[in-house]
Ligand binder design. Structure first.
Ligand SMILES: *Cc1c(COP(=O)(O)O)cnc(C)c1O
Length: 358
């Protein structure tokens, strides 16, 4: 009997990658693998994308894990290095780094490196999170390009804050500012995350940086159709109890759900200890034997309860899908008032990982 299992479809991953390439045929792809490949498995995903032009991670440990697993593709630290002591590690393991602040700039210039670093210089074009201010570009670029510690052909980049909202004018503003700032540089440029890939072709430049979309999940609102993208992860478990209850029975912690009628409830072996969201409300869809049934009551650490309905035929041992093929994680996220990103990367170590059968 299956307990909480993330079934990973690497064929779908490859197809999603090719679909993304077709949306931006002239751009190179930096495949974003941070947070354990959005919960799908860092090394597993990297090995399944042998043609990716580069991989993006958020922490140096993630990059080192990839190198330890034998991954030789370019790897970019998307937030740069955090401590100047890490610079030698970057050189030793051939890691590329973003530069977004003065501390990083100074550390690079002052270092004595065995070989020069590949740098992505990040400009803040309006998101106001990471990046140098537009008026610092000349200073940073000159200092970096004159340093023996920096390779020729710095890449200029920025990040979009509102790319998933197709009517939000923040994105065209960011793109226009980026164009204005970088017009005089014949260097490679990069701006688009998944939503940029889908909605803003003018943000593609030479490098796109998809994350979520690779995993077959859309960053756009639920009512926006995204063709040809298939979920890579299907999260499943099994029914471990099927029980008749009478009208008026309270189910689960705090008796938070009370049945209005006689019905059959199912108990599924998955809970917040596996990464299923604890705040998923009554009515969150759960897929069993080809139909969606509502979650009822509180999500426990190891279990959830669902209302199977009065005359259900479901049995102990039947497979239950929490999200993935047949039930988009985007939908579960919407019910849980969160985003699919959080649900995917909250999958815990207890969840078994299994490859999909072809
Ligand atoms: C996470 C990240 C991405 C990918 O974002 P998605 O929305 O998952 O496509 C791209 N660029 C940077 C700098 C990131 O940190």
């Amino acid at each position: 009997m299956r307990t909480a299992t993330a079934i990973i479809d690497l064929i779908a991953l490859g197809n999603n990658y090719r679909k993304i390439q077709s949306l931006s045929p002239n751009a190179k792809v930096l495949a974003v693998l941070k947070a354990n490949g959005y919960g799908h498995g860092l090394e597993l995903i990297a090995k399944a994308l042998p043609n990716a032009d580069a991989f993006g991670v958020a922490r140096i440990d993630e990059a080192l894990a990839l190198r330890a697993a034998g991954i030789e593709r370019p790897i970019v630290l998307l937030e740069g290095f955090f401590a100047k002591e890490d610079i030698d590690t970057l050189v030793e393991h051939n890691l590329q780094t973003i530069v977004h602040n003065e501390q990083q700039l100074n550390a690079i210039i002052d270092a004595k490196l065995k070989s020069p670093l590949k740098i992505w210089l990040k400009i803040d074009t309006g998101m106001h999170r990471l990046g140098i201010n537009p008026d610092q570009l000349t200073q940073f670029y000159q200092a970096l390009s004159q340093s023996v510690n920096v390779q020729k052909n710095i890449i200029l980049m920025s990040h979009l804050g509102c790319a998933d909202e197709k009517n939000n004018q923040a994105t065209p503003k960011q793109v226009a500012l980026f164009n204005e700032l970088t017009a005089d540089f014949s260097l490679e440029k990069s701006m688009a995350n998944s939503a940029g890939v889908l909605l803003w072709p003018e943000s593609h430049y030479q490098w796109i940086r998809p994350g979520l979309l690779l995993y077959g999940v859309s960053p756009l609102p639920m009512d926006t159709c995204v063709d040809g993208i298939v979920p890579v992860m299907t999260l499943q478990s099994s029914l471990i109890a099927v029980r008749e209850i009478t009208a008026g029975a309270a189910v689960g912690y705090s008796g938070a759900w009370v049945s209005e009628k006689n019905t059959t409830i199912g108990v599924v072996a998955i809970g917040y200890g596996d990464g299923y969201p604890r705040h998923a409300p009554n009515g969150t869809p759960v897929l069993i034997n080809g139909r969606c049934v509502p979650l009822i009551g509180r999500v426990s650490m190891d279990m959830i309860t669902v209302d199977l309905g009065e005359n259900s035929q479901d049995q102990v041992g039947d497979v239950v899908t929490l999200w993935g093929k047949g039930l988009p994680v985007e939908k579960v996220a919407e019910f849980s008032t969160t985003i699919p990103y959080e649900l995917l990367c909250n999958i815990t170590r207890r969840v078994q990982v299994q490859l999909a059968q072809e």
